[in-house]
Design a protein around this ligand. Structure first.
Ligand code: GUN
Length: 246
């Protein structure tokens, strides 16, 4: 929707990944002036199209449109972002079909790195519906002791210093410095912040944090590609479910 430059890059990367995996993708680049009714009509059409197993509306969308209504309109069994309340509820109780792509990608990185979350102090910075909240839930399912920090947290540095696992997802460039990181902690940076000079940086100051961390993800190239991989996984899962029900 519209011409958000970051969204353009994300959508292009998602389309490339589909091509790589052999998933056919259809792009609907809608102008910023698109009405609510037009957008709803498109979602309805895709909901009813048997060739389509997964639907996602790249966020953010223009201010005059109702993001919540858009998320609610996508058929839950085609909701490969796992943003629909039905899917969010399933995640809460640990009985889910799809996981939201970014938190799922973070868990996959942790698992593949041989890191066991059980009993660890996990601190998530950020409480968004897309990342922070579901991230906390997945860490909890993995038996972590989870704290969520946000803009009203009294002492961010002190809380982060306790963490064995830090997941930063606030969208504040290099907010988390090396002196907030416990020696040997695992640091995962979900941030993607474009600076005035066009440089892309995360929510973690990589240089200083890397000196303390036992494992750390870079930006770009850390969590971002995992998000897309998990989107592909969700889409294949949706296709399998739909083919079983045909
Ligand atoms: N905007 C930022 N992250 C995401 C995402 O994971 N999915 C969608 N649809 N939009 C986003």
């Amino acid at each position: 929707m519209g011409d958000d430059p970051a969204s353009r890059i994300y959508v292009n990367n998602k389309k490339k990944a589909c091509e790589y995996c052999g998933i056919e993708s259809f792009e609907y680049a809608m102008p910023a002036e698109t009405t609510h009714e037009e957008l709803m009509a498109l979602i309805e059409k895709l909901n009813n199209d048997d060739r389509v197993d997964g639907i996602l509306c790249q966020l953010p969308i223009p201010k005059h449109l109702d993001e919540k209504a858009v998320i609610n309109a996508i058929r839950p069994d085609k909701d490969v972002d796992a943003f629909h309340p039905a899917n969010v509820g399933k995640i809460m109780i640990g009985d889910y079909d799809f996981l939201p792509c970014t938190p799922a990608g973070v868990m996959e990185l942790i698992k593949e790195s041989g890191i066991d979350i059980s009993g660890k102090e996990c601190v998530v910075i950020g409480r968004s519906n897309i990342v922070g909240k579901p991230m906390a839930m997945l860490l909890l399912h993995a038996h972590g002791t989870v704290t969520i920090c946000h803009s009203r947290t009294k002492d961010l540095a002190e809380t982060v210093r306790r963490a064995d696992v830090v997941v930063a997802a606030v969208g504040v460039p290099e907010l988390i410095k090396g002196d907030m990181i416990k020696e040997g902690a695992v640091v995962i940076d979900v941030g993607m912040n474009r600076l005035a000079d066009k440089k892309l940086v995360g929510d973690v100051e990589f240089e200083s944090a890397a000196k303390k961390a036992s494992a750390i993800t870079p930006v770009p190239g850390g969590v971002g590609p995992m998000t897309i991989a998990m989107l592909m996984k969700n889409t294949v899962k949706a296709a399998l479910v739909h083919s079983e029900n045909k």
